[in-house]
Design a protein around this ligand. Structure first.
Ligand SMILES: [Zn+2]
Length: 235
């Protein structure tokens, strides 16, 4: 009798531990589709520049911003896809979106990006870029949002907080999310941000940005910023 009671107690205990373990695992599982009460889980990830428009370039290695933007955009897309989001990238190759590089190609390129965003009708837009500044000591990621977009600002603050944490380990001065008057921020009513991942005018940032490990860390930080924004963790 005692023995069977002990066996019963152990079975209950094991069951309880299993249930708790499952709960803990559930809490640790990345947010998935529907987790934010959103039916629209579409995100446009825009790799800035491309083709004849290389953007800024690295002072040390000459790396083109357009190439880094594409590499990081792919990594951001991968992380967000794993979380259950539906990702559309505005460009998937090194080429720009303007056709031939004749007069007005930059305008055509931006117009095409707008058309893609409009056709997807996403929940939000992330545009990936790299920065530069005359003072070579300036480092760190910086996020821009449209002045009149409160939701864009909230998303920018959330992503900025993650970037600051990432760079904080590198003892980089924290940067602030900032209003920016950029075309890509005004292509749709949904929250849209430009993520300047770092400064190609700074040799240390340039070195980090070209490494796979840093690009992955950046992608995870950006995705965490998105999830925190959607879950209301950042006001
Ligand atoms: Zn750029």
């Amino acid at each position: 009798m005692k023995k069977s009671f002990f066996a019963f107690s152990m079975a209950v205990l094991v069951g309880f531990i299993a249930a708790v373990t499952l709960c803990v695992q559930a809490l640790n599982t990345p947010q998935t589709v529907g987790a934010f009460g959103e039916e629209n889980m579409r995100i446009v990830v825009d790799a800035g520049h491309g083709g004849a428009d290389g953007g800024v370039s690295g002072k040390t290695t000459g790396v083109k911003e357009s190439d880094l933007n594409l590499a990081i955009a792919y990594r951001v897309s991968d992380v967000l896809t794993d979380m259950g989001f539906e990702i559309t990238m505005t460009r998937k190759t090194e080429a720009g979106l303007y056709g031939t590089a004749t007069k007005g190609f930059k305008k055509r390129d931006m117009q095409r990006r707008k058309e893609i965003i409009e056709s997807v009708d996403p929940m939000l837009v992330l545009s990936i870029h790299q920065n530069r500044y005359p003072a070579r000591s300036v480092r760190g990621g910086q996020v821009f949002y449209a002045r009149e977009s409160e939701r864009g600002k909230a998303l920018a603050l959330s992503v900025q907080a993650e970037l600051n944490e990432l760079y904080g380990k590198e003892k980089v001065k924290e940067r602030k999310a900032t209003v920016g008057d950029y075309f890509i921020l005004n292509c749709a009513d949904c929250p849209s941000v430009i993520v300047e991942c770092g400064f190609l005018s700074n040799p240390l940032d340039e070195k980090l940005l070209t490494t796979e490990i840093w690009q992955k860390k950046l992608a995870e930080s950006i995705a965490t910023g998105v999830v925190n924004y959607l879950s209301g963790a950042v006001a």
